[in-house]
Ligand binder design. Structure first.
Ligand code: GLN
Ligand code: ZN
Length: 774
């Protein structure tokens, strides 16, 4: 029997982010819906051709979306929330973008780490797709939710692919995952109750695909990799009995985490095939081959769909061959998950070091890897001998490279001693020393780090990169921006200043560019949400800091003022979380290497006279493993890494951290275990509700709960901030509170920033007077 190849999904944006361009032009009113649709059709056509040219047995249809595939399903299944008040004459695509973007323009909604913040207006909530950096639009459910087959987009796309002569495998998000990923908008309502109403619509969709001659439908149920409540697990069997009745052959696709207790369930569902993620859960392959009946198809996700590394063909074959033999039935190979989370292609990455480039494979290159593996698996090595040899050489070179493995870094980690990850004294003693040193007023005011990234700043940075501005000119321009920020903060009456981050493009990239072990692509864009893409760095080798990264800028800023200047760094977990990482060592080890590099910087800042240093960790929550069983070891590693980065300074030096846009309540003990002297968090959007957990938990150190949302130009008034801080003081003793915005201000303009901060300082004064009266 020959092995077949397929993919679970392909990146949508296009080789040159054509979709982004078209979307944004459409939103600005420069091109109409028809022109946008034409771009979509063209991109699908190209991406299917790439799949066929790579020799895949099917092209995958239904993975394309103008914004998000979950939003496509909301329309397909006819459950647009009634609160939008759509009338029959609003076109489907217009309704789609209203749900995605709300009534206001989403342009202000452009902030790293804050991608799931609020849109003004009524957009659907956005949240992270499992443990990726992709954000989906959250379906809304109440007991009034009705379903009905309401969009023909999927069928049109299938017809488009068929007309192009492709053999089509359609893809749907499965009913249980669709419900699971949605949110109840009604107290006490359980969305699982909607299943019976939902299934008939899936039946209709499947019947229609069958009528179109589609042989295989991939039904994604990634929730099988989560810790599911019993009722949800039980719902699988009856759902798939119902769906399988009149459907084409169903390939149940799971990915991102081990199936664990759901493994037998997944193998026994009445479907024609099962796809498993052999990258995230290689240890389960044997169990799957045991449990999956031979009459069912087994699809093994052997190529890493989440990372940029070239596959090791021998390791893959060694893993695949016994499983194929054991299973005995029809056998497919695929990437572990959709390629949505990868950049398009290495082509054009001419700036990348050729050696590093040779170690990598993006979406297009992964298609070729499938072909190679298939040939080797089917005993046709001879036909791919030279490619196989090239892959082997690249993998071997990477494994042995001194650029990856550095003795000095290994030695440093090996030399660590007990207590490396602890400050000298406990918090109470440190607090006393720091209070005496800085003599700050009660409820000190500060900001989160960045100030407006004006057009002038961007232009100077771009000119410097182009070579149009020399180093001296660039330094002068940035110093002028820093001086401006310092003057403004002094005039505003802020207590702890920041230099404003004018010189930083991005909070991870800025540091990654200066650290050994990081590489950057020119065009390695990955969709984050809608038209927004990010270009994650690639951590390829042992991380070390060859030279100070921020000391000169920060010391310059401090030289301009007698007020304390807060140094500003990105923490190890966030650096890791927003990068493509090494797959040849545990994530925790890479995190620890970064932590030591950051520690060097913290110590150098202290030596340069910087008394307050903030280490941002906005991504700590999102690194949590999908399964609870993995939480503890992740959190132990993450908090330890933070403490290593902060652990090299004297007790009189004050360490801050910052987190935002995540649920903290279930990880409060770990946040406390980071032992930062001060934590600033985003709390204004929840009206300080997020702070309640810190109060209930009796969080021991100081806290700055954000008093205003930084996503919109709206300037909140003083009263609003006073009200929020009174709420805060009801749960956390005022003596431990700071006053600050929710997050960095880089996406804002100066006028609204100055206005808001004026109100913030006024609020602090009012509150201090109130305190003095107590
Ligand atoms: N210091 C960063 C800034 O102010 C923090 C950004 C973040 O939390 N995402 O921009
Ligand atoms: Zn933030």
């Amino acid at each position: 029997m020959t092995t077949r190849t397929h993919i679970l999904g392909f990146p949508r944006m296009g080789a040159h982010r054509e979709l982004k361009t078209a979307l944004e032009r459409h939103w600005r009113g420069e091109i109409d819906a028809a022109a946008l649709e034409a771009t979509g059709a063209l991109l699908r056509e190209r991406h299917w051709r790439a799949q066929r040219d790579a020799g895949l047995d099917f092209v995958t249809v239904g993975d394309f979306a103008f914004y998000d595939h979950v939003a496509n399903h909301i329309q397909l299944l006819g459950c647009e929330p009634p609160r939008f008040g759509f009338t029959g004459d609003t076109p489907e695509l217009a309704r789609y973008f209203s749900m995605a973007r709300g009534v206001a323009d989403a342009a202000s909604h452009d902030h790293e780490g804050c991608a799931h913040g609020t849109h003004a207006g009524f957009a659907l909530e956005m949240t992270k797709w499992f443990d990726t950096n992709y954000h989906y639009l959250v379906p809304e459910f109440t007991d009034a939710t009705r379903f009905g087959l309401a969009s023909v987009r999927l069928f049109e796309e299938v017809a488009q692919a068929q007309a192009l002569g492709h053999s089509v495998k359609a893809v749907l998000l499965g009913p249980l995952s669709f419900l699971w990923l949605g949110k109840e908008k009604q107290q006490g309502f359980d969305r699982l109750a909607l299943l019976d109403a939902l299934l008939p619509v899936y039946e209709q969709v499947l019947a229609r695909l069958k009528a179109m001659g589609v042989e295989w439908v991939q039904v994604d149920e990634p929730v099988l990799g989560l810790d599911l409540p019993e009722a949800w697990r039980h719902a699988f069997e009856r759902s798939y009995w119902q769906l399988a009745r009149g459907a084409p052959k169903l390939l149940l696709a799971t990915y991102f985490s081990p199936l664990a207790e759901n493994l037998r369930l997944a193998c026994q569902l009445p479907v024609a095939g099962l796809h498993v993620d052999a990258v995230r859960a290689p240890e389960e392959l044997t169990g799957v081959a045991d449990w999956l009946p031979a009459h069912k198809l087994l699809s093994v996700g052997i190529i890493d769909g989440r990372n940029v590394w070239r596959a090791d063909p021998d390791a893959a074959l060694a893993r695949l061959a016994p499983v194929a033999a054991k299973h005995g039935g029809e056998f497919w190979i695929a990437p572990s998950c959709s390629l949505l989370h990868l950049p398009f292609s290495l082509e054009g990455e001419t700036g990348l070091d050729p050696e590093l480039r040779g170690w990598m494979a993006f979406a297009i290159e992964k298609l070729a890897e499938l072909r190679l593996l298939r040939a080797a698996l089917d005993g046709e090595q001879a036909s791919v001998a030279s490619e196989l040899e090239a892959a082997r050489r690249a993998v071997a070179a990477r494994r042995a490279s001194p650029r990856v493995h550095r003795a000095d870094v290994a030695l440093r980690l090996a030399r660590r001693v007990d207590g490396d990850d602890r400050r000298g004294a406990g918090f109470a003693q440190r607090q006393a020393l720091q209070r005496a040193r800085f003599a700050l007023p009660p409820l000190p005011t500060t900001t989160i780090g960045s100030f407006p990234q004006t057009a002038a700043i961007r232009a100077a940075r771009a000119a410097f990169r182009r070579g149009a501005l020399d180093a001296a000119g660039y330094r002068e321009a940035m110093q002028a921006e820093i001086a401006l920020a310092v003057r403004k903060q002094e005039a505003l009456g802020i207590d702890v200043l920041v230099h404003g981050e004018a010189e930083r493009n991005d909070m991870v990239e800025y540091f990654g560019e200066q650290l050994d072990g990081f590489a950057f692509t020119a065009n390695g864009w990955v969709q984050s949400y809608g038209s927004r893409c990010v270009k994650p760095p690639v951590i390829y080798g042992d991380v070390a800091r060859p030279a100070p990264m921020t000391v000169e800028w920060t010391a310059y800023a401090q030289s301009l003022t007698r007020l304390p200047m807060k140094g500003m760094l990105t923490g190890p977990v966030t650096m890791l979380q927003w990068s493509f990482v090494r797959d040849d060592q545990p994530r925790s080890l890479t995190t620890e290497q970064i932590a030591w590099a950051i520690r060097d910087e913290v110590v150098d800042l202290e030596q340069a006279g910087i008394g307050i240093i903030q280490i941002d960790e906005p991504a700590i929550r999102e690194g949590l493993p999908l399964r609870r069983a993995g939480w503890k070891s992740y959190l132990d590693g993450a908090t330890r890494a933070f403490r290593i980065s902060a652990g090299g300074v004297a007790d009189r030096t004050q360490i801050h951290t910052h987190m935002c846009y995540s649920e903290f309540n279930d990880i409060l003990p770990e946040i406390a275990a980071m032992d930062a002297d001060v934590i600033t968090i985003e709390t204004s959007r929840s009206d300080m509700e997020l702070l309640r957990g810190f109060g209930d938990f009796s969080y021991p150190n100081e806290i700055g709960p954000g008093v205003y949302d930084i996503h919109s130009p709206r300037v909140p008034d003083t009263d609003e901030m006073v009200r929020l801080m009174r709420k805060a003081a009801a749960v956390v003793p005022a003596g431990r509170l700071w006053i600050n915005p929710d997050c960095g201000l880089k996406t804002r303009g100066w006028p609204e920033t100055e206005a808001a901060l004026t109100h913030m300082v006024a609020a602090a004064r009012i509150l201090r007077a109130e305190l003095a009266l107590e």
